[in-house]
Design a protein. Sequence first.
Lengths: 114, 111
Amino acid sequence: EAQVTQNPRYLITVTGKKLTVTCSQNMNHEYMSWYRQDPGLGLRQIYYSMNVEVTDKGDVPEGYKVSRKEKRNFPLILESPSPNQTSLYFCASKKDRTSSYEQYFGPGTRLTVT
Amino acid sequence: SQQGEEDPQALSIQEGENATMNCSYKTSINNLQWYRQNSGRGLVHLILIRSNEREKHSGRLRVTLDTSKKSSSLLITASRAADTASYFCATDLNRDDKIIFGKGTRLHILP
């Protein structure tokens, strides 16, 4: 089954403790992306990647890192989480950067930073 | 900054009626997509319309795009209880490869 998976689905952590949220897709997609969703703000793009070893900042990259060493994986790293990063996070992928393809979303990771 | 802005923010209609949601954006786009999200879950793609298209249909969904007005509308005909969800538009910008989402319209179908 074609899908985007994220782990963990729920995470409660403390300020400053480094964490990684994994994202993997099995559709051989070139484009992958991370979003955060906050009440009243919709989804905001954090980082995106057009292919292996190519990553770019979205609208809200501060406090986050990503890497794209393999095509299927796009982990989101919070080096020193803070309470304002408490949010619902979604990973997504699409076939490539051209204009004809929709995104497939993972189930989301609900992160709470205390 | 937000590119897409949906209107209205919330909409309640009776089952069987049509629901119309609008999306406005600011800069030039490659395509515009509509997504549905059931409470707290992942987003499901509904329909994609390219910048050179004016209208697309998919089942009970009809999407229009007016690039001169930088706006799009999503029409759901003969609404059902299962259509209760939040709906988002997303624009694929042609100045870079970012994708910008609006804040969404919460649709509630009344029985």
